[in-house]
Design a protein around this ligand. Structure first.
Ligand code: 5GP
Ligand code: ZN
Length: 138
């Protein structure tokens, strides 16, 4: 897609630090890393978010991320890694070309990803569960 920065990265018209690619998947360093080594994994074809991502392509991305996660542990001596994906604007998606964030983690790096909350009581928890369950197509 013409105005998409990640499509331009795939085409090579915008430079990036490429790490790994297959025929359908590209991985490169995020320009503003949460932790150095923070990598973006994208489909080479323009897909907006996870809801549009075909299962076969998601499977290829999963295989790439297994290799990349292990490579972060072996190459950067990371102790682990986080995997994340922002879908839609309200979830913080800024680039509308589907991408996973793969973030290497180190003991004591101080990064805190999730500020956790709580339910008022079990009734509220069950109600929220039901709202999601009832919307799952059979
Ligand atoms: P989002 O908020 O959409 O999940 O994340 C988009 C990510 O793309 C951000 O972490 C941002 O730093 C990264 N990004 C945006 N523009 C570029 C770019 O031109 N090159 C690279 N390598 N990363 C970019
Ligand atoms: Zn694109």
């Amino acid at each position: 897609m013409k105005d998409c920065i990640f499509c331009q990265i795939v085409q090579g018209t915008i430079p990036c630090a490429r790490i790994y690619e297959t025929e359908d998947v590209l991985a490169f360093l995020d320009i503003s890393p949460v932790i150095k080594g923070h990598t973006l994994v994208i489909p080479k074809t323009h897909v907006v978010n996870m809801l549009d991502l075909p299962g076969s392509l998601a499977g290829e991305m999963h295989l790439a991320m297994q290799k990349l996660g292990q490579a972060m542990m072996d190459g950067l001596k990371a102790g682990g890694f986080n995997l994340g994906m922002n879908n839609f604007k309200d979830a913080g998606q800024l680039v509308m070309h589907a991408h996973y964030h793969l973030i290497p983690r180190f003991a004591g790096d101080g990064l805190s990803l999730w500020a956790q909350g709580s339910y008022r009581d079990n009734d509220e928890m069950q109600k929220v569960a039901q709202e999601i369950k009832s919307a799952i197509p059979s």
